[in-house]
Design a protein around this ligand. Structure first.
Ligand SMILES: Nc1ncnc2c1ncn2[C@@H]1O[C@H](COP(=O)(O)OP(=O)(O)OP(=O)(O)O)[C@@H](O)[C@H]1O
Ligand code: SF4
Ligand SMILES: [Mg+2]
Length: 330
């Protein structure tokens, strides 16, 4: 979509997270703002890995952070485990924060290079008063072991001494220290070599199974997304284009933008045949997005209706939703 709608919400299934009509705007000057997340709704079931994909600047990171209320969204609701966290303030909001943790692309700069690894991982435990110093020290060692790092070797070393993959392991240890229920992974392997990517993806999968985590996996890499996700949400300029299982998306993407994204990546599966559709030009400015369907200025199928009427999500297959007036059918 560059559209809207809530038909895809599975409110009968007790989702862990329900996001409805989320709006995040960044002020550019007194008169204008960037419409980074423009009324997005989705849910995430317990234990699910939901991937969010789309070109640079489409609002993926903003969406991830807005779920954590950083910054507070300008509109919409985020219900986590039955609690509307957009309605919480002060200590009530602080109390739910540990439940959602985030991992970033640039692990090296997200860790304080001057701190010893043991202090990096101990920090959230200390802030949240999780046990005595001795108890926390044992917990830090357990966390390091669980992410495949030997505490004896690494605990006294500083973050700058480690490679990107090792730093991502340290970030993961820190993120799971407070027993979150939801992990928002923002391009967690994009900065890593391909061989290391697989190790970190395996580690995340391992953590997910051991700890019963639910994951939002933000990425621009559709090959990685196919390997890790149970469902994929495709974003364009602050809106959702399509929601589908990875298999459906690769085999029968119905939104012209999704098809263009898929056609742009080499897919190591000879059974998957997607007609190539090129996306011409750059995305328009989110300060002044096109009327109707936001994708229309780059869409070869655009009609007059696309300029005047925003497409709503419609179901085109079981669990497969698309926001387009002229969806592609195979
Ligand atoms: N702090 C900010 N102030 C103003 N505009 C911002 C800010 N952060 C992001 N934006 C704008 O909001 C839009 C969405 O940005 P965001 O970083 O969420 O996109 P993204 O999909 O994560 O991109 P990428 O793939 O490059 O990480 C972009 O137009 C971006 O320029
Ligand atoms: S056909 Fe119309 S609604 Fe569908 S993606 Fe293209 S411009 Fe948008
Ligand atoms: Mg981003």
């Amino acid at each position: 979509m560059a559209g809207s709608g809530k038909l895809h919400l599975r409110l009968d299934s007790d989702p862990l997270l329900i996001v409805q009509d989320l709006v995040v705007q960044y002020k550019v000057n007194r008169k204008s703002f960037v419409s980074a997340v423009a009324g997005i709704s989705f849910d995430v079931l317990r234990g699910e890995t939901l991937a969010i994909v789309g070109e640079s600047g489409c609002g993926k990171s903003t969406l991830g952070k807005a779920i954590m209320q950083l910054p507070r969204p300008q509109g919409g609701t985020v219900v986590l485990d039955g609690v509307d966290i957009t309605a919480l303030d002060g200590n009530d909001l602080r109390d739910v924060r540990p439940k959602v943790q985030m991992i970033f692309q640039d692990a090296i700069s997200s860790l304080d290079p001057r701190l010893q690894v043991k202090n990096i991982i101990d920090e959230p435990l200390k802030v949240w008063k999780k046990g005595t110093a001795a108890e926390r020290s044992v917990k830090v060692d357990n966390l390091l072991n669980s992410v495949g790092l030997d505490p004896v070797v690494v605990r006294d070393r500083r973050a700058y001494e480690f490679s990107g993959g090792q730093c991502q392991r340290i970030s993961i240890a820190r993120a799971i220290a407070l027993d979150p229920v939801l992990l928002v992974c923002d391009e967690p392997v994009s900065a890593l070599d391909v061989s290391i990517q697989a190790q970190i993806l395996n580690l995340l999968q391992d953590m997910k199974e051991k700890l019963g985590l639910t994951i939002i996996f933000i990425s621009h890499d559709l090959a990685v997304v196919k390997a890790v996700s149970s469902r994929v949400l495709v974003m364009y300029l602050g809106k959702i284009c399509e929601v589908a299982s990875p298999d459906d998306l690769y085999a029968r993407a119905a939104h012209p933008y999704s098809r263009a994204l898929i056609a742009a990546v080499p897919i190591p599966n000879p059974d998957v045949i997607v007609k190539r559709i090129s996306v011409d030009g750059e995305p328009p400015s989110p300060v002044n997005p096109p009327s109707g369907c936001r994708f229309r200025t780059r869409c070869a199928s655009a009609s007059e209706r696309c300029a005047t009427e925003e497409p709503q999500l419609q179901e085109v297959g079981l669990g497969h939703f698309v926001a387009c007036h002229h969806p592609v059918t195979n």
